[in-house]
Design a protein around this ligand. Structure first.
Ligand code: PMP
Length: 447
């Protein structure tokens, strides 16, 4: 059979063909076993092959898979929205369903803009974001993203939204003056420069994922951000596409800091990869002028709120609660974090270990004491990811934020169902991969 019609991530790369999955493992058609150490793209949080989800899927599909949302509502979508309003903090009582994280952040942006328009503030339409961030691949989401390598090609077509520094403590630009949360204060400076009458919202990932590898802000950061947003009448959008639904040891990562956003974007963990579904959660306060005004959100997709995906997501949420997986993320995360610190003690090329729950990251450096990053051309992230892959471990590459400044990082984020013994196996393969890489880099004269 001719096999060159599918556009794959890297066109000339020879990908193995996946056969099936069970728990934390995936298998290819040659019978090779892989530990899914990143839950794919931080997605498969309940593990693979969960039959309860298959049953829920079959049951819903046998009744109805699709009914257009302009014609019908559905029991599954209504119940899912109700469930999310119970789980979400504060008055985030409304859900708008979409199909991917990019659509969820793009919709968050549109709802924020619409909120102000309905109140008569037509010009309040810029979104402030951060460098070293990723909010999605569609043009609006990319305009809000500070992931240099993903946006570079499209820069002339993107909205020129303002960006501030990320709370990247390992490479803090304000290090010499001590932490006074200046990275958060940059938001205030940015608002003062642009005028709050021109800004709809500030968007941030609670813990930075794809662009830098589980970069976690200092305590007090989000409290300060929220204060500034309130002072200047700017909405706060938390992009919890990667962090949401238990991944970090809380249902929503913002709970770590006790801060309630106005809008939350969710994706990945909502269905744990079983079907595409994502959501934009909106507070009563944000909805109020829309309910009084045009009474419709100007966003949506053909598959929005389809009953099949909603039923799957409901079962995934029920499974997470039944199996206590939010607590598991916290406990297993602690165990894995200690093991990763152990690796960092052994290998000098590991500069930083970070993250919360089962969203953990490693950053690689050529010199640990000066924190010197590798040259991006040396492709260290790709090399470590490929080495682990060959040995049967999947990890997630998370570099490309700021070329030449912060370089190589990976995310380790196994399914929340992982056991301590399975964590030991994961770490063993990771250790062998880092050891081999460090050895090679020595002989190549790169360290
Ligand atoms: N926001 C965040 C924080 C993400 O991590 C991602 C995906 N890596 C997205 C948005 C985009 O989600 P999707 O790939 O489902 O469009």
């Amino acid at each position: 059979m001719k096999r060159n019609h599918l556009i794959k991530p890297i066109l000339d790369h020879n990908y193995p063909t996946v056969s099936h999955g069970k728990g934390i493992y995936l298998y290819d058609t040659d019978g090779k076993q892989y530990i899914d150490g990143s839950s794919g793209a931080v997605t498969a949080s309940i593990g693979h092959g969960v039959l309860d989800v298959v049953e829920a899927m079959t049951e819903q599909a046998s009744k109805v898979s699709f009914a257009y949302r302009s014609h019908f509502t559905s029991e599954a979508a209504e119940t899912l929205a109700e469930k999310l309003s119970e789980l979400a903090p504060g008055d985030l009582n409304w859900s708008f369903f979409v199909n991917s994280g990019s659509e969820a952040t793009e919709t968050a942006m549109k709802i924020a803009i619409q909120h102000w328009q309905e109140k008569g503030f037509e010009r309040k339409n810029r979104i402030v974001s951060r460098w070293t961030s990723y909010h999605g691949i569609t043009m609006g989401a990319l305009s809000m993203s500070g992931h240099v390598s993903r946006r570079k090609r499209f820069v002339p077509l993107l909205e020129d939204f303002p960006s501030i520094s990320a709370p990247y403590c390992y490479r803090c630009p304000y290090e010499s003056s001590g932490c006074k949360l200046q990275c958060a204060n940059e938001l205030e400076t940015s608002i003062q420069r642009l005028g709050s009458e021109n800004i709809a919202a500030f968007i941030a990932e609670p813990i930075i994922g794809a662009s830098a590898g589980a970069v976690t802000p200092p305590d007090g950061y989000y409290q300060r951000i929220k204060e500034i947003c309130e002072r200047y009448d700017i909405l706060f959008i938390a992009d919890e596409v990667m962090t949401g639904i238990g991944r970090t040891g809380k249902m929503f990562a913002m709970e770590h800091w006790g801060v309630t956003p106005d809008i939350i974007a969710l994706g990945k963990g909502m269905s744990a990869g079983y079907t595409p579904i994502a959501a934009t959660l909106v507070s009563d306060r944000v909805m109020e002028p829309i309910l009084k005004g045009s009474k419709s959100i100007m966003a949506g997709h053909t598959y929005s709120a389809n009953p099949l995906s909603a039923a799957v997501s409901l079962e995934v949420l029920a499974y997470i609660e039944r199996m206590n997986l939010v607590q598991a993320a916290e406990e297993k995360g602690q165990y894995l974090l200690e093991k990763l610190h152990g690796l960092a003690e052994r290998f000098d090329i590991i500069g930083d270990v970070r993250g919360k729950g089962l969203l953990l990251g490693l950053e690689f450096v050529s010199n640990r004491s000066s924190k010197t990053p590798f040259d991006l051309q040396d492709g260290i992230t790709t090399r470590i990811v490929n080495k682990a892959f060959e040995k049967g471990l999947l990890i997630y590459p998370a570099s490309g934020a700021i070329e030449g400044i912060a370089g190589d990082a990976v995310i380790i984020s196994p399914p929340l169902v992982i056991t301590n013994e399975e964590i030991d196996s994961l770490v063993k393969i990771l250790e062998a991969s880092v050891e081999e890489l460090q050895h090679e880099l020595h002989s190549e004269g790169l360290i």
